[in-house]
Write a protein that binds this ligand. Structure first.
Ligand code: SF4
Length: 464
């Protein structure tokens, strides 16, 4: 579905420890390949263990960094770097909230890159402020930084244990802690974080596609609740908290957020999406002439639907990749123009055809409605919409920007009503059972809260 009508991704984090490497450059390439996870701001911090410097800015990675600031960040003495690309899900969009968040002190410093949302940030902040701590940002990430700063004298294990005991919600963290690279994942592992190797050097990233970009090898996913410490002694790991057993990795990483060339928990994102499409074809078969995806989000599932059903796969919508923001304001007519500017139909593909249109999710329903209008005007005879996830009924509190429940169409209308509203000839959502079969898993292994309302890690505001 079009990005602006879509759930917005959260953030991408990257970290690297190593000697005689161009750390800033590698960090740049790392977050460049994590750009899909956040486009509002980007930042890189590097350190030689004592002297920590950083550069952050608003916009895309390629806009924030240039020859001058990259030259300043490229110091041969540095041994550790972290980097971040951000979409704001807690705290404002301003430069003040750009990450990595940095704290400097005599003979050392910390730089923190965080992906996820804390659900008890307000109460932690209140307590820390009462204890005399100051906050420079309005992002929940600073709660983690302040807890670590408070307990830093005990070393990273003590400080991170405090983080795990105090904060609740979703967090995957890459952090410079003096001369060390730290990785930490929340006890349920809601947001992804993986560990890789580049020669003798260790790398952390939200997704394995960042390793591919720098020629590193994926070693494994960081385990839920696991602390990773990388320094001159090598890698040390400790499980700081055991899983609640009630939930796990965000299932939307498999459905939409992660890049198709990434692998999470040993599963290829592309192959998993293809499998979801196959399951969808089994659950909602239909007589049709072509299967076509909503670019780019429905592509892998559409391939699966076509393979399973034997219906011909074809691209029918051409995406204009240069439409970022337009001046057009909401309203159905304007919205349709916006969709038309971004996705243009090939009339020769659609004329007199019965079309299966595949996407990964329907959030508000307004974009797919416009798209159906556009495809019908291009001559399609019938349009059968197939969605490779269950109805999206509850907002996310764990790091994804979603509309309120009132604006989530599936929270308020039945599938038949939605089908009518969007103007499709039929509509089928992949069931939770079908999704689990595609993933070869069980619901308790994932966060599925946006399909079930089961907020196993709490909700923002629960204890405020
Ligand atoms: S609520 Fe949905 S989008 Fe949010 S973490 Fe859970 S599965 Fe992912």
């Amino acid at each position: 579905m079009l990005h602006e009508a879509k759930l917005k991704e959260e953030c991408g984090v990257f970290g690297i420890y190593g000697h005689d490497l161009e750390l800033a450059k590698l960090a740049y390439f790392g977050i460049f390949s994590l750009q899909h996870r956040g486009q509002e701001s980007a930042g890189i911090a590097v350190s030689d263990g004592q002297d920590l410097i950083s550069h952050k800015g608003q916009g895309l990675v390629a806009d924030v960094f240039n020859e001058t600031n990259m030259a300043q960040l490229s110091r041969s003495k540095d041994i550790v770097a972290v980097a971040h690309t951000r979409y704001s899900t807690a705290g404002g969009k301003g430069i003040i909230n750009a990450q990595p968040l940095v704290a400097r002190y005599l003979n050392g410093g910390m730089a923190l890159a965080h992906n996820g949302n804390l659900v008890n940030a307000a109460s932690i902040r209140r307590k820390l402020e009462q204890e005399g701590y100051f906050f420079q940002t309005d992002s929940d990430t600073e709660c983690i930084l302040n807890i670590v700063a408070r307990y830093r004298h005990g070393g990273p294990e003590v400080a991170m244990q405090q983080v795990v005991e105090r904060v609740r919600g979703a967090y995957s963290v890459a952090m410079i802690f003096d001369d060390k690279l730290i990785g930490l994942r929340d006890p349920d592992g809601i947001r992804p974080l993986c560990l890789g190797k580049l020669g003798d050097s260790w790398v952390l990233a939200s997704e394995s596609c960042a390793f591919t970009a720098i020629g590193a090898e994926l070693i494994r996913d960081v385990k839920p609740g696991e602390l990773i410490i990388i320094d001159s002694q090598g890698l040390h790991s400790k499980i700081l908290s055991s899983k609640s057993g009630k939930g796990g990795l965000c299932i939307f990483e498999y459905i939409y957020f992660s890049r198709p060339d990434s692998t999470i928990n040993g599963k290829s994102i592309y192959k998993t999406r293809e499998q979801m499409g196959r399951m969808l074809a089994k659950q909602y078969p239909v007589a049709a002439d072509i299967v076509t995806p909503v670019p780019d989000s429905g592509r892998s599932a559409a391939v699966g639907y076509a393979k399973e059903s034997g219906i011909h796969f074809t691209e029918g919508l051409i995406k204009n990749r240069y439409v970022a923001r337009t001046f057009i304001t909401p309203g159905q007519e304007e919205r349709e123009l916006k969709v038309r500017l971004k996705l243009s139909p090939i009339p020769e593909v659609f004329r007199d055809k019965r079309v299966v249109l595949v996407d990964d999710s329907i959030v508000r329903g307004t974009t797919i409605k416009s798209l159906i209008n556009i495809i019908k005007s291009a001559g399609a005879k019938e349009i059968h919409v197939r969605v490779s996830s269950p109805p999206y009924i509850s907002p996310c509190y764990y790091g994804i920007d979603t509309p309120n429940e009132a604006d989530l169409i599936a929270a308020n209308y039945s599938t038949e009503e939605i089908c009518q509203f969007i103007g499709a000839d039929s509509l089928g959502y992949l069931s939770m059972e079908g999704l689990m079969e595609a993933l070869n898993g069980k619901p308790h292994q994932f966060c599925t809260a946006c399909f079930t309302g089961n907020y196993f890690a709490g909700r923002v505001g629960d204890d405020d």
